[in-house]
Design a protein around this ligand. Structure first.
Ligand code: GFB
Length: 324
C-alpha cells in the first residue's frame, strides 16, 4: 500500500496525527540545506514537525541508539542522509570503513523506521554508485548493472544495498521506502577538510591558502574528469518534493542536465576567478582522476518537474564562497 504524505497521517494506533519528519545526518551539507529551505521558504507546512538529528545526539552505528532516537522522536516520515561520506581520496583510502559503517547505519535506520511504523523513508544515494563500465547517459534502471568504479566500491555497494532493502521492505510490508540519487553536491556547511572532502570545498580551501601564502595551487589529477554539480539548496527543495509527492519505490536521479556537466578544470577556473588568485595552477597528474565521468540523465525528474529551475553553478559558487 502506498500512503501519500499529507498534513496528517494515520498513526500506528489508528489515530490521526501530525506529519513528523526525522532527518538523519541533519547537521551535514544536505541536512542544513533542508533545514534552511524548511524554515525560510515556507517549507514547514502547518501540522508538520521537523527534527534534525545530528551524530552528537545519536550514534546510528548502534542499533540501540538508533532505536532510542526513533522512540524519542516517533517520526512518521524519515529523510535518511546520515552516512560516512568523503571525496575521492578518502574513499580510496577507506573502502572497508565506507562499506561497513554505511551498511550498519542504513540497516539500523531502515529497520528502526519499519519497527516504529514510519510510513515513508527517503534515503540519499549518489551517482558514484552506478557501474563504471556503462553506456551514457546513466539512468535509474542501471544501478545494479555492473561493478562500480574501484575507487569507491565500498561506499557504492553499501548505498546500492539501500535500494535492495527498500524493494524488500515494499515486497514484504508494502511500505514506501525510496531513495534519491543526487550528483556531486556543494553549498554552505560543506566539509572543507582538504584530505577527506570533495573537490569543490577542497579547491576552495587550497586556493584560499595558496593566495594567503603566495604559493602555487595544486590541483589533484588532470582536471579532465567530468562532474555534474547540484547546489545543496536546490537538492533540498527537491527532497521536499520527493517526500511529499513522489510515489515510487524506485529511486530518482536528482541532477542538473547533461548539458551542465563541467570538467574539474572548469571548477578550478571558477574558484580561481572567485578568489582573484593570480598564482600558478599546477595539475598533479600523479594523483587519481577517479571515475572520468558519471553523466546522469535527469529525464525522469524532468517528466515530473519540467519547470524546476536549478541555481546556475557560478551563482551557487558565490553563495558558497560567502559561507567560508
Ligand atoms: O568530489 P570528488 O572528490 O569526488 O572529486 P568524486 C574528485 C575529482 O576532483 C577527481 C579532482 O577527478 C580529482 O582528481 N580533484 C582535483 C580533487 N583537486 C581535488 C581536491 O583538492 N580534492 C578532491 N577531493 N578532488 C566521489 C565518490 O567521487 O563522489 C564518493 O568517491 C561520493 O563516493 C562523491 O559519492 C559524490 O566525484 O570523484
Amino acid at each position: 500500500m502506498i500512503i501519500r504524505p499529507s498534513l496528517s497521517v494515520f498513526q500506528m494506533d489508528g489515530s490521526v496525527g501530525p506529519m513528523r519528519v526525522l532527518v538523519t545526518g541533519g547537521s551535514g551539507l544536505v541536512g542544513r540545506a533542508i533545514e534552511r529551505v524548511v524554515k525560510t521558504e515556507s517549507g514547514e507546512r502547518e501540522g508538520e514537525e521537523w527534527v534534525f538529528l545530528s551524530s552528537k545526539e545519536a550514534n546510528l552505528l548502534s542499533a540501540e541508539e538508533t532505536r532510542a532516537a526513533f522512540e524519542k522522536h516517533r517520526p512518521t516520515h524519515v529523510i535518511h542522509l546520515a552516512a560516512m561520506v568523503g571525496g575521492l581520496f578518502r574513499n580510496m583510502r577507506q573502502n572497508l570503513d565506507f562499506w561497513r559503517n554505511n551498511v550498519h547505519i542504513n540497516d539500523n535506520v531502515l529497520q528502526a523506521a519499519h519497527e516504529f511504523g514510519v510510513v515513508k523513508v527517503v534515503s540519499c544515494l549518489s551517482t558514484c554508485i552506478f557501474p563504471d563500465k556503462t553506456t551514457y547517459p546513466i539512468d535509474e534502471t542501471m544501478i545494479h548493472n555492473g561493478p562500480p568504479h574501484e575507487s569507491n566500491f565500498g561506499y557504492a555497494y553499501a548505498k546500492r544495498m539501500i535500494d535492495v532493502q527498500n524493494r524488500a521492505y515494499f515486497q514484504q510490508y508494502g511500505v514506501q521506502y525510496t531513495a534519491v540519487i543526487p550528483t556531486n553536491v556543494f553549498g554552505p556547511h560543506d566539509n572543507f577538510n582538504i584530505e577527506d572532502g570533495h573537490v569543490l570545498p577542497g579547491l576552495i580551501h587550497k586556493t584560499y591558502l595558496a593566495k594567503k601564502e603566495g604559493k602555487p595551487l595544486h590541483v589533484w589529477g588532470s582536471g579532465r574528469a567530468l562532474r555534474q554539480f547540484i547546489y545543496s539548496l536546490d537538492l533540498a527543495r527537491l527532497f521536499l518534493w520527493v517526500l511529499r509527492e513522489y510515489d515510487e519505490v524506485e529511486p530518482i536521479i536528482l541532477s542538473v542536465g547533461e548539458e551542465d556537466e563541467l570538467t574539474v578544470k572548469d571548477a578550478v577556473d571558477a574558484v580561481v576567478e572567485g578568489f582573484g588568485f593570480k598564482g600558478e595552477v599546477i595539475y598533479d597528474t600523479s594523483k587519481s582522476d577517479g571515475q572520468i565521468k558519471k553523466t546522469a540523465n535527469n529525464a525522469k525528474l524532468r517528466k515530473y518537474l519540467p519547470d524546476f529551475k536549478f541555481t546556475p553553478f557560478k551563482q551557487g559558487d558565490q553563495h558558497k564562497r560567502c559561507s567560508i
